[in-house]
Write a protein of this length. Structure first.
Lengths: 326, 333
């Protein structure tokens, strides 16, 4: 991972941070209150769910896999958390994270033991998690108990910082430490770089793959807990398309889908970039010069993703198309 | 894998291997078993109406899945089919209702509507292919672009509004019944036969499979891999566009938020259950048809016997896993 990094790879990897800074400066110069406390905190609060899901996705993608089940898992987690919320903050959170971990373990078993392609395995668990969420919730949203204080996980503040944003920040910090400073982190990248070679070198590749799917499931469950707390209800039909948004964030963050390389920090930048893009659109509408409906949000995100991937293909070029040897 | 799961038939002979047999004919057997089960337990199963309901529901999935099979045969994937359906579904009514530009004759309007909508869908597919062939962007990422932007485009076109219409000339493609057979079923059969023939009997079909089997080798042996890729994504776009039109014709309405939602997953599931290798190089159109029919019939069976739709999702998941796992068992030995 360290040798042979040239400026092109650097630009492909850290270009997202430049773009993020540029967008923030643009917003700061153009709109009043863009960097106001309220706006910044609400952007962070809302995007913390997506950030958690993208973090798990990032780890899975670094091993060369993919996890399509995160959106449904978040929905399932929100339902489980809402059902358990009358018993307090901890039981609520534990229920949401717990079901996420279970889905993650199922993914891990399917991918390692049964050797089913990650794309298909997680597609199936996506359907199963969605069905289970609907069954548990009886096809409707489940109100969260307000007496137990559970909603603080989504709506509360610590000083001025939104609690969900703090949770996401801690998760990213931990993720970054694990990836950069532990043997587990190096093993994850090694498995993505070349699974057979890693196995021959004595790495327990199946255990590592199992681990990343469990982590991804747990984080998706946690995102579901925050979803339920933030909107006051467990929502069995939320989370549609979250998996693809998470993949887009990871890709925008410069992590290649072929595995073997990646960065936790730039993934966060990718999430924020896509989130702030929406925020800027809202502000622009507020100025009255243009009036773009909310539908433009996905068009702009798509065009943005297009720009990023074509630029990446240009800069990283032949390297991206030849995953072997990295 | 083979050590983990000893086959019951192994010690005696190689002539008959249960897993191998199941991996090859499992989908067909499952389909037959489902039909037998329904004949016994589901009331009013053996009626034209049941057949019609199931076939009309499965048609759009099959049409999209045929295009998806071609794409997957080259080792790619197309996540954008649902969004392309939404765009085609949004465009067509705008043309035959005259909101985009005035059209005098309704037949001209309908012809233009179908022609332009399908053409745009095909071009969008071509755009996917261009990204993948020219820029060497991974198919899952390249088609993710249109997955995200495409539905937005359809929503922007219609401003998110529902377009309601009553135009029998157009809706014939979803509601017409020549000789008592729904038009879209005829369309589905033609597309399946044409695609199966193309994949098996033509040079283009062999080039598709060669590209998916080993792209480098295919290129070195003189196959224009880029052109093959452009073609399969264009075909997938075409199929999606057609399916989008059928959906809105049946509904008498076009809702950009809903047309084709989740279709990419249904289509991929049908392809996988049907026995097409997701890594490319081996594909079966008839398998895809059987896969889609099986998934549809499972859902129908569960619903007809009082199992809620949500539980049907869980069963669907189990079937996908079981089918793919069985196919792998057959392949290992």
């Amino acid at each position: 991972m360290t040798s042979g990094i040239d400026y092109r790879t650097l630009l492909a990897r850290y270009g997202v941070i430049l773009a993020l800074v540029a967008l923030i400066v643009f917003g700061w110069l153009r709109y009043e209150n863009f960097l106001g406390l309220f706006n910044v905190m609400s952007v962070l609060r809302y995007n913390s769910m997506f950030a958690l899901v993208a973090l798990g996705m990032c780890f899975v993608i670094m091993t060369g896999g993919i996890d399509l089940s995160v959106g449904s898992t978040a929905a399932l987690g929100s339902v489980a958390a809402a059902l358990a919320s009358p018993y307090g903050i901890l039981p609520g959170a534990a229920a949401g994270i717990g079901v996420g971990l279970i889905v993650g373990m199922m993914n891990g078993v399917l991918v390692t033991r049964m050797a089913i392609m990650p794309f298909i395995a997680t597609l199936a668990t996506m359907l199963a998690a969605s069905g289970t969420a609907l069954l548990m919730a009886n096809n409707q949203s489940v109100s969260v108990s307000y007496e137990s204080g559970f909603v603080a996980l989504g709506q509360g503040n610590l000083w001025v910082l939104p609690i969900p944003a703090i949770i996401a920040a801690l998760a990213y910090l931990l993720g970054s430490l694990v990836l950069n400073f532990t043997s587990t982190g190096r093993s994850i990248l090694a498995v993505g770089g070349g699974e057979d070679a890693s196995r021959l070198m004595g790495l327990r590749t199946d255990a590592i793959k199992f681990l990343v799917y469990v982590v991804s499931g747990g984080l998706a469950g946690l995102a579901g807990v925050i979803l339920a707390a933030q909107f006051g209800a467990g929502q069995p039909i939320e989370g549609v398309g979250w998996e693809l948004f998470a993949i887009a964030s990871v890709v925008v963050g410069g992590t290649l889908l072929t595995g073997g390389s990646g960065s936790v920090g730039t993934t966060l930048a990718g999430v924020l970039l896509l989130g702030i893009l929406f925020n800027v659109l809202n502000f622009e509408n507020g100025k009255g010069w243009i009036s773009l409906s909310a539908y433009w949000q996905s068009v702009i995100r798509g065009v943005f993703l297009l720009a990023v991937v074509t630029l990446q293909a240009r800069f990283v070029g032949a390297r991206a198309s030849e995953p072997a040897g990295r | 894998m083979s050590q983990v799961l000893p086959s019951p038939a192994r010690p005696t002979s190689r002539a008959f291997d249960v897993l191998e047999f199941l991996s090859r004919y499992g989908t067909l057997i499952a389909l037959v078993l489902l039909i037998v089960f329904n004949l016994i337990f589901t009331r009013n199963f053996a009626t034209w109406q049941t057949l019609n309901v199931n076939l009309t529901q499965v048609c759009t999935i099959v049409i999209v899945a045929v295009g998806m099979t071609m794409v997957i045969a080259t080792g790619g994937i197309d996540l954008s089919v649902g969004s392309i359906m939404a765009i085609a579904g949004a465009l067509a009514p705008m043309i035959f209702l005259g909101t985009l530009f005035p059209v005098g004759n309704i037949y001209l309007g309908v012809t233009l509507a179908i022609g332009i909508a399908v053409l745009v869908a095909t071009l969008l597919g071509l755009f996917n292919g261009w990204l993948i062939a020219q820029f060497r962007i991974q198919p899952i990422v390249a088609t993710l672009v249109l997955f995200i932007a495409g539905r937005g485009i359809a929503q922007v076109l219609t401003n998110g509004n529902l377009q309601v219409f009553k135009v029998p000339e157009f809706q014939w493609i979803g509601l017409g019944r020549p000789l008592g057979i729904p038009v879209q079923v005829i369309m589905m059969v033609i597309i399946v036969i044409a695609a199966a023939w193309m994949l098996r009997r033509t040079g283009f079909g062999r080039r598709i499979l060669a590209t998916g089997g080993n792209e480098k080798a295919a290129e070195l042996s003189g196959i224009a891999v880029k052109r093959v890729k452009l073609a399969v994504y264009a075909i997938s776009g075409f199929c999606a566009g057609l399916a989008g039109l059928v959906v809105i014709a049946i509904n008498s309405a076009s809702d950009a938020n809903l047309v084709g939602l989740g279709m990419e997953l249904d289509a991929i599931a049908a392809v996988a259950v049907g026995g097409t290798l997701l890594t490319g190089g081996k594909a079966t159109i008839i398998g895809t048809l059987l896969g889609a029919l099986t998934i549809q019939l499972v859902r129908y069976t569960l619903l007809a016997n009082g199992v809620p739709d949500a539980a049907a999702l869980v069963v669907k998941a189990a079937i996908i896993i079981l089918a793919v796992w069985l196919q792998q068992q057959g392949r290992v030995r």
